[in-house]
Design a protein around this ligand. Structure first.
Ligand SMILES: Nc1ncnc2c1ncn2[C@@H]1O[C@H](COP(=O)(O)OP(=O)(O)OP(=O)(O)O)[C@@H](O)[C@H]1O
Ligand SMILES: [Mg+2]
Length: 258
């Protein structure tokens, strides 16, 4: 196993009497694109909320690169290098695509308006902004207002804004949700770019083609519990996994695809 970026130990949370996440112990490895898969209501989003600090666990621990972070705030976790797709970004409709990403870079650098007094850093920042826009395939749209973008393009922009924070690990909860089918391959390409740039992606996703072509590893969560993990080929043929998905259809499709 390579370097472990995130580890959970017996992590759990109850809502009322219901254990939405139940003693989950997983390790998320650097440079491995790991997809967390499970039926609706399995606890996947709740697990992300526990890892990113939006929810406080009722049991267990979370570690980031070996340091316990169970009681740290979401902001402290972001500063350590944990990124998450949706709740920490806002697309500003009245600003251009370029300005949205540059603003995010400025907030990361904590230089704010001082940037305008230093010409060299100013152009450095612009170059970095362009690099990120290329990574999320929005360079051609850089002078459009964010409000003029399609839903799918706005999701790309959100990703660009998160990437400006230079996360070491990025948690993406169904990044193609609500996207037109023809936009999905583009999102896959962006995720490959991000992974190539050295940011490790952890994905929650239901789309089979993505899971198969993109993931190094699958982790299956059912009823709040860890079921199994491994390479996509092996896991998708696991009888226990197929049984858990009966009726759900997701892994039936996976198995049918061979
Ligand atoms: N804040 C909350 N209060 C009460 N119950 C909650 C809360 N958040 C989640 N739950 C419950 O916890 C369980 C797990 O929900 P979660 O959203 O994590 O599932 P999921 O695997 O992400 O599902 P989906 O695939 O539909 O997104 C569900 O039964 C849900 O109703
Ligand atoms: Mg969810």
């Amino acid at each position: 196993m390579g370097e472990i970026l995130i580890e959970t130990k017996d992590l759990g949370i109850s809502f009322g009497g219901h254990k939405a996440v139940n003693k989950v112990s997983i390790k998320l490895e650097k440079d491995k694109l790991t997809t967390i898969l499970g039926p609706n209501g399995a606890g996947k989003t709740t697990l992300f909320n526990l890892i990113s600090g939006l929810l406080e666990p009722t049991e267990g621990q979370v570690f980031f690169k070996g340091t316990e972070i169970t009681s740290l705030s979401p902001l402290q976790r972001i500063k350590m290098g944990m990124g998450r797709s949706f709740q920490l970004t806002n697309v500003f409709g009245a600003l251009t695509v370029f300005e949205n990403v540059r603003l995010s870079l400025q907030s990361k650098a904590e230089i704010g308006y001082k940037i305008f007094t230093d010409h060299r850093r100013f152009s450095e920042l612009n170059e970095k902004t362009e690099r990120i826009l290329e990574e999320v395939l929005l360079f051609e749209r850089k002078d459009f207002l964010a409000s003029e973008l399609s839903h799918g393009e706005q999701r790309k922009l959100e990703l660009g804004m998160v990437m400006a924070l230079e996360p070491e690990i990025l948690l993406l909860d169904e990044p193609t949700a609500g996207m037109a089918i023809e936009e999905v391959p583009v999102m896959i390409e962006i995720m490959k770019n991000i992974q190539k740039s050295g940011t490790t992606i952890i994905l929650i996703e239901h789309k089979i083609d993505m899971v198969k072509s993109l993931s190094d590893k699958l982790i299956i969560i059912v009823n709040g519990k860890f079921l199994t993990e491994g390479d996509p080929e092996t896991v998708s043929k696991d009888p226990e996994v197929l049984k858990a998905y009966l009726g759900g259809g997701v892994l039936d499709e996976l198995a049918a695809e061979g």
